[in-house]
Write a protein that binds this ligand. Structure first.
Ligand SMILES: *Cc1c(COP(=O)(O)O)cnc(C)c1O
Length: 381
């Protein structure tokens, strides 16, 4: 077919990004410092409503520094949601710590509180209390915020909230990215807004923010020469990338509206198709940015049509879709680490598919997607 490719999730510029980049060039702030960093950070702090934001060159860097801020060291154990992108878990290994993976629960697809507590009790019984909990707001869905916080408080284990996919999502009116003891955002090319590549760490104190910036800029101390007493990193965001971020903040709410419209579009497409459920948050306490719209197939009710059948017919029409994140405990690199739970994450991976969700898809794109789906399930438009 000669049709353009429809991607899962693409960058979507608002219009003012290039103006702010030009400003950066005009004053020669082509460096990982400059006025756009401060402005982008202030914009994010205003948007989140609470917390102190330091912008970095990736979400992965933010998770790495976040674990350091929470005191994770070599030999420690870190509890981590298994169903996620590998960037949630890789920084545990950077630190020489051990990941302990936890299953999801079916309502949010995020950390299962029961499996989490079972893991904590068992790890303590085996002689080591875990140092941190990595909880993810997968596909924009807030995790079980209150249940996980209760467990965190009961055992005094801090939460690192991975909100890489959830900028703009809320729980009871409070923004995701403000629920962790440390939280993390990502501005990679596929996310709700992008700086081409970038991330942020959100902390609950100005002092922790300063500490994050200190570590992200080579841990250089206040002296006329270069003075270092700690290991540092080169993780600060570029002023040019922050210019893109400034422009993107102006269209963030509009882009979330458009992502949510894609979710409504899929609810409509699948409304008469037996055995396919469009993932939707459970109640009005949770508000999702619906970064990606996702569906679960029940091959018994679809008369044998699997998520792989759906993926392949879409691919045949030049439309990208992707299975849900493959759980970390099933990945070769992580298969030797402990896992607590059952097969919720595994079953989601087997039957789930992410569908094109960009904020810049057109009516014609939606119509193409709808036709392919209805054809597969033999439904008339
Ligand atoms: C994108 C993503 C990250 C990593 O962010 P980068 O900016 O790409 O480094 C971390 N966790 C999750 C769940 C993500 O989706």
């Amino acid at each position: 077919m000669g049709d353009n490719k429809i991607w899962l999730s693409t960058p979507h510029m608002g219009g003012n990004e290039q103006k702010y980049i030009q400003e950066a060039f005009d004053c020669n702030w082509i460096a990982p410092m400059g006025p756009n960093l401060t402005i982008f950070e202030q914009n994010l702090e205003n948007y989140l409503g609470s917390g102190h934001v330091a912008v970095l060159n990736s979400g992965t860097a933010a998770i790495h520094l976040g674990l350091i801020l929470l005191g994770v060291k070599s030999g420690d154990e870190v509890l981590c949601q298994s169903m996620t992108f590998s960037a949630s878990a890789n920084p545990i290994l950077y630190l020489g710590a051990t990941p302990v993976f936890i299953d999801s629960e079916p309502e949010t697809w995020n950390l299962c509180p029961v499996a989490l507590e079972t893991a904590i009790i068992d790890r303590i019984a085996k002689g080591k209390k875990p140092k941190a909990i990595i909880a993810v707001d997968l596909y924009g869905t807030p995790y079980k915020i209150e249940e996980i916080r209760l467990i965190s408080d009961q055992y005094s284990i801090p939460i690192l909230e991975d909100s890489a996919e959830a900028l703009g999502s809320c729980y009871k009116g409070q923004k995701c990215g403000t629920f962790g003891d440390v939280s993390v955002l990502s501005f990679n090319g596929s996310k709700v807004i992008t700086t081409s590549g970038g991330g942020a760490i959100v902390t609950n104190s100005a002092a922790l923010k300063e500490r994050a910036i200190f570590l992200a800029t080579q841990a250089r101390e206040d002296a006329p020469h270069y003075q270092h007493s700690e290991v540092g990193y080169n993780y600060r965001m570029s002023n040019v990338c922050a210019a893109i971020g400034r422009g993107q903040m102006e269209v963030l709410d509009e882009h979330i509206l458009l992502r949510r419209k894609m979710h409504e579009f899929y609810l409509d497409v699948f409304k008469d198709i037996e055995g396919v459920t469009v993932f939707t948050v459970a109640n009005e306490n949770s508000f999702s940015n619906y970064w990606l719209s996702t569906v679960l197939l029940d091959p018994i009710k679809t008369f044998g049509i699997t998520r792989e059948n759906l993926r392949l017919v879409l691919a045949g029409a030049n439309i990208e879709s992707r299975p849900l994140w493959k759980p970390m405990h099933l990945q070769p690199i992580f298969s030797d680490y402990p896992y607590y739970g059952h097969a919720i994450a595994e079953t989601l991976f087997t039957n789930g598919l992410c569908l094109p969700s960009s904020s810049n898809l057109t009516e014609a794109d939606r119509s193409r997607i709808k036709t392919v789906i209805l054809n597969l399930f033999s439904k008339k438009d």
